[in-house]
Write a protein that binds this ligand. Structure first.
Ligand SMILES: [Zn+2]
Length: 323
């Protein structure tokens, strides 16, 4: 009964997430994947909803689906009671109905980025006509709820139900991180807006020759310009990138005899962007791969460099102005 109940919960969460994903797709949003993990599931959208009514629909359909599953299982459970079915089946159906009711109800708590928090954000967004303000308010409420969960969890943990309490603490912690990263994402896309890579890239680039020794790279570049990485170019042709990390992988005694071309990341392995890419996308790309800079290429030619620290400076400046 336990195994079947667990499977039923798993399938219920999956259907809940599929409902989010299907509605998102129907509204023209791309869905990257559905991730099921220990605290539940997440439908990862490729792009954020562009208007408040889409956000509302995509968020609210999850809990509604859970309520619908709860209702179906409830009807099934009660009809089987009438025909005096074995308690083994009844108990599983009752559990399934109950757990879906909890699933729908819990997700409706207005704690961004949970479903209820997204519904809440869409309502403020609609009223204020400003997504960023709505996200700020919803995130703050979300963080508030997270601390309520953590506090309540600790209380329960030390007054009897240790496992249940700690569980709630973890959910609170997870929620807090979600709220804050949601706010950060909103801040980034608000600050960078429609800015393209071409608008903010550096075009005065210091390039390294493939034949330069690491000693030369250190003395003539790393210590002089203080950037962490440089494009390697020979006769106008972009060959790769060399970074401080590449240099550090080689022992100090070998610096005078090792050449850039031997340790650089070759062009085939390099992630690059075009001028027309949104600056926020470039930033996400750099964060995901934990790299500090991207070469900007046009028809294979190097036209600029965009760095994470440059983008962070713009974001800091803009957020100061937005306050
Ligand atoms: Zn949901």
């Amino acid at each position: 009964m336990g195994a079947v109940g667990a499977l039923l919960l798993f399938v219920s969460v999956l259907i809940h997430e599929l409902a989010h994903s299907l509605l998102a797709k129907r509204n023209g949003l791309r869905v990257r994947q559905i991730v099921l993990f220990i605290f539940g599931g997440v439908s990862e959208l490729e792009d954020d909803p562009g208007d408040s009514s889409v956000e509302f629909k995509v968020a609210v359909v999850g809990p509604l689906t859970s309520f619908a599953i709860a209702a179906i299982l409830w009807v099934l459970w009660n009809s089987l009671i009438l025909v005096r079915t074995d308690v083994v089946y009844l108990a599983v159906l009752q559990y399934g109905s109950f757990i879906n009711l909890i699933l729908g109800g819990f997700n409706l708590i207005p704690a961004f980025p949970m479903d209820g928090g997204r519904v809440f954000r869409s309502v403020i967004w609609r009223r204020r006509r400003d997504k960023y303000t709505a996200t700020r308010i919803a995130s703050r409420v979300g963080v508030g709820f997270a601390y309520v969960f953590i506090g309540f969890g600790l209380l329960i943990a030390f007054t009897g139900n240790f496992i249940g309490g700690i569980w709630l603490v973890f959910i609170g912690w997870f929620l807090r991180n979600g709220s804050e990263s949601g706010l950060m994402q909103a801040t980034i896309s608000e600050a960078l807006g429609k800015t393209r890579v071409g608008d903010v890239m550096t075009t005065s680039i210091h390039t390294v020759k493939p034949g330069s020794t690491l000693k030369e790279v250190i003395d003539d570049y790393l210590l002089v310009y203080k950037h962490g990485g440089y494009p390697v170019v020979l006769e106008g042709k972009f060959l790769g990138m060399i970074t401080l990390d590449d240099v550090k992988r080689v022992r100090k005694e070998k610096w005078t005899e090792t050449h850039t071309q031997d340790v650089m990341t070759p062009v085939e392995k390099i992630v690059s962007v075009g001028r027309g890419v949104h600056a926020s996308e470039a930033l996400v790309l750099m964060s995901k791969r934990s790299i500090g800079r991207l070469p900007v290429l046009e028809n294979g030619n190097l036209v600029g460099i965009i760095s994470r620290s440059d983008l962070m400076k713009i974001i800091n400046l803009k957020t100061e102005l937005m306050k």
